[in-house]
Design a protein around this ligand. Structure first.
Ligand code: DUC
Ligand code: ZN
Ligand code: ZN
Length: 471
């Protein structure tokens, strides 16, 4: 199938120009000012922006957590992602404690076979246990399977939290295999004690979720991971940075030229801890971790994104329906499954309040939601840019399209939206994955199975464009 995208403003991380993009066999074949070609499908992109599809490096699809399972599967989650302009995601393939990494991979491949995605999907391995089940040798084999990032939780004591020995050993494996270490950085031991004291004092409303996870516990773990990764000589990516105290050690490490990167998530830029005080237990909708922080930290996060201290914005999409799933273990903050939705609205929010309000340039926008993610996670230059030979993962973006974000109209299975009622300007008009139209004019055109599993390159290596591309 050939596609011609005509006359759009093509924006990548580095370029901004008007031109045509010609797609053949799923890849970008030619780019030019006015291409003299005919195609099976022509998309008039006059007045529109043509940008690389966004990549979400942080989702929890169909994940068992906190006594229940997130309510999107790989079909529903990726449909929602596509409607928001995301054309690839990388999900956490979690090692169930006591089982092998091979078993974890098999489980997750079964999930994408049972509920096939409409966009491309990769996996990080979630390392929870190196004592029973998981071995260092098996961990070292994963990059051969295209799984080139190792995620560890420094929180959730008694569940998925790892100790420093496991963290450090995994870092050493990453150094040797070309893997990227990802950490959920919070001091789980301290938080566990604070939570117990808080509950013992009878403080169990949702707001205590935030008040029992002080920012310093995030900062301490962030710094610990940075120092240990430096000793191990492994590259480190800190997920969901939520506040200034956690930004600071990342800034310092990057100033020193250490191999450290950080992401924040859409919700930390827009939702503050007062959301947890919503009446009638609605505050439980905002029980995700790290928690929403005091409002002034939103500006600190924007500053970090602008100043290249933070390198990406993900969603940490981890959807549990409210009140059924959020209340499955009872109505006390410490038993509420942690997680919030967001897979569909990342670009809407960042374009409207980032680009349109002048906080970030359109190039930086593309970098934060696509190019940097592709580079860090072994997808570039096949993904994350628009260039001859690259996968034609492309969003034709209408910068003037208005919509009101709502659970009534979004496409994920979850029954609430963190950004409910927010009016945004800027939304996808056409979304293509490897040259195939997945979403057009608010209609799903693609079908389950149009997305593929992607084997990613090792950290620092390029994922070469598919050979079929004509350059
Ligand atoms: N935080 C969440 O809110 N949910 C899943 C895992 C995490 O770290
Ligand atoms: Zn986390
Ligand atoms: Zn997460």
């Amino acid at each position: 199938m050939s596609v011609l995208i005509k006359g759009g403003r093509i924006i990548t991380a580095s370029d901004d120009y008007v031109g045509d993009v010609y797609i053949e066999n799923g890849a970008v074949s030619m780019i030019g000012a006015a291409l003299d070609v005919t195609a099976e499908k022509t998309i008039d992109a006059t007045g529109k922006i043509v940008m690389p599809g966004a990549i979400d490096p942080h989702t929890h699809i169909e994940m068992f957590f906190g006594g229940t399972t997130t309510c999107d599967d790989f079909t529903s989650g990726t449909v929602a992602a596509a409607f928001g302009g995301t054309t690839s995601l990388i999900d956490f393939c979690m090692q169930a404690p006591g089982t092998s990494f091979a078993q974890a991979l098999e489980n997750y491949h079964e999930k994408i076979e049972r509920c096939p995605p409409v966009i491309d999907v990769g996996f990080h391995i979630g390392v929870t246990d190196l004592r029973e089940g998981g071995t260092l040798e098996d961990l070292a084999k994963l990059p051969d399977e295209g799984v080139t990032s190792y995620k560890l939780f420094m929180a959730y004591k008694g569940a998925v939290m790892v100790d420093d020995e496991t963290l450090f050993k995994t870092m050493q494996v990453a150094r040797d295999t070309g893997g990227l270490i990802m950490v959920h950085a919070e001091n789980g031991d301290a938080i566990d004690l604070i939570v117990k004291e808080t509950v013992a004092a009878g403080k169990t409303d949702p707001i205590w979720h935030a008040l029992s996870r002080p920012m310093e516990t995030e900062a301490e773990a962030t710094n610990r991971a940075i120092q240990l990764a430096h000793v191990a000589d492994a590259p480190l990516y800190v997920v969901h940075v939520s506040c200034l105290p956690a930004v600071e050690p990342i800034a310092l490490a990057r100033e020193k030229g250490w191999k450290v990167w950080g992401e924040t998530c859409t919700q930390y830029l827009f939702i503050d801890e007062s959301a947890l005080e919503k009446p009638d237990w609605e505050g439980a909708k905002y029980i995700y971790t790290p928690p929403p922080r005091p409002k002034e930290h939103q500006q600190h996060l924007w500053n970090a994104l602008v100043g290249d201290v933070l390198s990406a914005v993900s969603t940490d999409h981890c959807p549990f329906n409210w009140p059924d799933q959020k209340g499955v273990n009872g109505r006390e903050f410490q038993v509420v499954p942690n997680g919030g939705p967001g897979i569909e609205n990342r670009l809407h929010m960042l374009w409207t309040f980032g680009v349109r309000e002048g906080r970030i340039t359109p190039n930086r926008f593309v970098e934060l939601v696509s190019t940097n993610v592709a580079k860090l996670f072994g997808l570039y230059p096949r993904k994350g840019t628009i260039a001859p030979g690259s996968d034609a993962d492309i969003v034709v973006w209408d910068p003037d399209k208005k919509l009101t974000i709502s659970a009534a109209t979004h496409h994920t299975n979850i029954n609430y939206n963190l950004f409910e009622g927010t009016e945004v300007t800027g939304a996808p008009e056409v979304v293509l994955v490897r040259g195939q139209v997945i979403v057009e004019n608010d209609e799903l055109v693609g079908k389950p199975g149009d997305g593929q599993f992607v084997k990613r390159a090792r950290f620092g290596e390029e994922l070469l464009p598919a050979a079929k591309a004509v350059t």
